[in-house]
Design a binder for this molecule. Structure first.
Ligand code: CS2
Length: 488
């Protein structure tokens, strides 16, 4: 079969949407760091809409910070790929053209720095996942991380986002170019502000005066991104390629829903995003909290409870009446921690989430969401639980999620159903789980390792609740622990 490419676009079936603009006339205006499936299903499709509406200055250069996979799959197909939007009603295919070229940072870091310094580039977007922010247990930059140590000594050959961004910002300053705007699209609270804070820590150590220059000249708006994007499978590749009539080596599978809320601070200019469904706001915080606490929090809950209950996908786990009721209880605990003056409507939000989780065609694997729990739970569950405990409000659903994470990590590799997932703290977790220890010792050591709620009021109460849940899970199983919090 021929490969998807600019040349083969005209041969696609009529019902497959495709770029209706001349890709050769588009200039690179955005460099995206972390060009995975999420970026391709989210930011790249909004930009595809902008380009289709006649904007020509906002093409994307995608960079992978580690793996060559995306570039290897997409470069032979002119960086085109198919977005497969799936629901109970069927599947809509759309070929996206907004990614103009792809780089692999470790292969040629100098080339990525040069690209970040192109005069046409005005925005750097990031989806590098929580762990690439390299935070230590206290939330600051982990200066002991080997890649940070490397970047501070090898300015021309960086490995981390900090090394790349600081080097590019300084070079642009040295040649009198306009600074770019840095837009984090990761699932972190105040993601722009968090990135700015950590980047300034790095810049301060790199050289005198660097941090204050960056602080004065570079904007770091925060944003909230939302679209569920399960990992692509071989059946997806085969099905999409068969429909297209040409081979797409790496289509992306997603749901119909998509949301992007961005703080409107782009001194160097931006696409007219508001014309394409993006909400531009002054302060993204309430949207972020709602999404992290209601969507991502319940996603992690479904993942760990689901794995421990033997469910492979979100829809399977959410179809289990005990887990469904548990998620309702989790939302009931989380909703009162959200600001009530931000014009949000949590009830409508959770109703919509219910329909999204029930989407039978998504096949989102719990093990995918279970990855990197130590990096995700702080903003999804721990912060909410601490707020509840400080108010003496019930938090048993929230605290059970933390115990389920620990139990699922412990069960991995031992219990076949618990699935396979990974965590940046795996080495430390393995040491903790090596000896059978009391729930008290296990929970205390895991909290110390992950830095959960460290130095925060309420940590002792939080730990005690998690210990009690872990004891129940170990003694009687996850079903019994769920029944306890559901009042059965
Ligand atoms: C998920 C998110 O894998 C996970 O941790 O919770 O990727 C989730 O699907 C997205 O944030 C939805 O916008």
């Amino acid at each position: 079969m021929t490969v998807l490419s600019d040349a083969s676009l005209t041969a696609l079936p009529a019902n497959v949407a495709r770029p209706r603009y001349d890709r050769s006339t588009i200039a690179p205006g955005i460099v995206h760091l972390g060009v995975g499936a999420f970026h391709r299903a989210h930011q790249a499709t909004y930009i595809d809409d902008c380009l289709a509406a006649g904007e020509t200055g906002w093409g994307i250069v995608g960079a992978s910070l580690r793996s060559t996979d995306t570039r290897d799959a997409l470069a032979p197909q002119d960086c085109l790929y198919t977005l497969a939007v799936r629901s109970g009603q069927g599947e809509d295919l759309r070929v996206v053209g907004s990614i103009l070229s792809l780089l692999v940072a470790p292969e040629d870091p100098a080339r990525l720095i040069d690209t970040l310094c192109l005069p046409s580039v005005r925005i750097i977007t990031l989806t590098v996942t929580e762990k690439a922010y390299l935070r230590n247990a206290a939330g600051g930059l982990d200066f002991s991380h080997p890649d940070v140590v490397w970047d501070l000594a090898n300015h021309d050959q960086p490995k981390t986002v900090y090394g790349f961004l600081v080097e590019a910002i300084l070079r642009r300053q040295a040649t009198g170019m306009t600074p770019f705007t840095v837009l984090s699209c990761d699932n972190l609270p105040a993601n722009g502000e968090t990135l700015r804070r950590l980047l300034l820590e790095f810049a301060k150590v790199r050289g005198a005066g660097f941090a204050s220059h960056i602080d004065k000249s570079v904007a770091f708006p925060s944003s909230m991104v939302d679209r569920i994007v399960p990992a692509t499978t071989d059946p997806d590749r085969a099905r999409v390629s068969a429909t297209l009539g040409v081979t797409d080596a790496w289509p992306v599978r997603t749901e119909p829903f998509s949301q992007w809320v961005i703080e409107d601070r782009f001194p160097a200019g931006r696409p007219a995003w508001e014309r394409f469904g993006v909400t531009m706001v002054k302060d993204v915080r309430p949207f972020e909290d709602m999404k992290l606490r209601l969507l991502n929090g319940s996603h992690s809950a479904i993942a760990y409870l689901g794995l421990l209950s033997g469910h492979e996908t979100v829809a399977d786990a959410f179809g289990d009446p005990a887990i469904r009721r548990f998620v309702q209880g989790l939302w009931t605990e989380a909703i009162p921690t959200l600001p009530d003056d931000a014009g949000l409507d949590p009830q409508t939000y959770t109703d919509r989430l219910t329909a999204r989780y029930d989407n039978p065609a998504l096949q989102h694997r719990n093990a995918q969401i279970a990855n990197d729990g130590s990096q995700k739970l702080p903003q999804r569950i721990v912060a909410t639980a601490i707020e509840r405990l400080r108010r003496n409000a019930p938090a048993s659903h929230l605290t059970l999620v933390i115990a389920a994470w620990i139990a699922a990590c412990e069960a991995r590799g031992r219990t076949p159903d618990a699935g396979q997932f990974s965590d940046p703290l795996d080495a430390g977790l393995a040491t903790i789980f090596a000896d059978s220890q009391s729930a008290t010792t296990t929970v205390t050591q895991v909290f110390d390792l992950a830095g959960f709620a460290s130095h925060q009021a309420g940590r002792t109460e939080l730990q005690s609740a998690v210990i009690a849940h872990l004891e129940t899970i170990r003694a009687a199983g996850i079903g019994a622990a769920i029944a306890t919090v559901s009042g059965e």
